[in-house]
Design a binder for this molecule. Structure first.
Ligand code: SAM
Ligand code: SF4
Length: 266
């Protein structure tokens, strides 16, 4: 699929839940969020149908995200079903890694190709502060398990305030270097203020080459993280919602008041 600015759209990011087992300061308010009601959350059948139709239309790269995807019940089964869809060339997941030690091998066996794990610091206290209570050891165990399971390349998403030269980011980079992990730096963003920039060492944030669509956990296809444009698959039909999203993908993002990282998955 090509949009009106001749960008080839081949990447769908799928948020499977808005729930999360952490409360990162830059992503969720401390008191938690008003959760999408269970009735509104897409069923596995609906998610699989959206992906199948998207693949028929030219999508060949899928990433599962959240909220935290590993808290969605039955996630391994979902991964297994998605991996059976012919035509997906790249199938990844983004996770905070807290539950990954238990899941890595099961996900690899179910057909997941690779994984991105979020880690902004190596300091257990700073990690606890950023995530409001998370245990870094669990993430480190998860990273090990992901490597062992062959979910390669294991990539680390490291959120930075200004520069990869910040102390925490440098320490994470050294850890990645020693352990054969790729690192990508995501600048801290504020969706409502329209502050965004290019991901260093990865893709994303570059409007000229943006190839993405997003599916929210409650069934909206969204052509841009920094725009409130969204098309409901249940009201419009899946194919129509995808085509409308491509047709209406903005040339460049501005700002979004409806989107939050926890409901759109970054
Ligand atoms: N829970 C999973 C995780 O944390 O990896 C997946 C969803 S999370 C919303 C996806 C990515 O968005 C994470 O790497 C996280 O660090 C990043 N993120 C969340 N809020 C952000 C913000 N305000 N600015 C930049 N990145 C953000
Ligand atoms: Fe949860 Fe990921 Fe948001 Fe942190 S960044 S609160 S782990 S969804």
């Amino acid at each position: 699929m090509y949009d009106q600015f001749n960008r080839k759209i081949n990447y769908l990011r799928v948020s499977v839940t808005d729930r999360c087992n952490l409360r990162c300061v830059y992503c969720m308010p401390e008191e938690g969020i008003k959760l999408i009601s269970h009735n509104d959350i897409l069923s596995f059948e609906e998610i699989i149908e959206v992906i199948q139709i998207a693949v028929n239309l030219g999508i060949d790269k899928i990433r599962i995200t959240g909220g935290e995807p590993l808290v969605r019940k039955g996630i391994v089964n979902l991964v297994q079903e998605i991996s059976k869809i012919q035509g997906i060339k790249d199938f990844g997941m983004t996770t905070n890694g807290i539950l990954l030690e238990d899941f890595a091998e099961k996900l690899a066996n179910a057909g997941l190709n690779r994984i991105n794990i979020s880690l902004d610091t190596l300091n257990p206290e700073t990690f606890k502060q950023i995530t409001r209570g998370g245990d870094i050891q669990k993430v480190l165990n998860g990273i090990k398990a992901a490597k062992k399971a062959g979910l390669m390349p294991v990539k680390i998403n490291c959120v930075i305030k200004e520069s990869p030269k910040e102390k925490d980011a440098m320490e994470v980079a050294e850890f990645c270097h020693k352990n054969g992990l790729d690192i990508r730096y995501i600048h801290l963003m504020e969706l409502d203020k329209g502050s965004f920039s290019v991901v260093e060492g990865g893709e994303g944030g570059n409007c000229k080459t943006c190839n993405r669509l997003r599916l929210s956990a409650n069934g909206f296809i969204m052509p841009c993280l920094f725009s409130d444009i969204a098309f409901n698959i249940r009201e419009l039909g899946i194919k129509n919602a995808i085509l409308k999203a491509v047709e209406n993908k903005p040339k460049c993002g501005t700002s979004s008041f409806n989107h939050k990282f926890y409901n759109i998955g970054g």
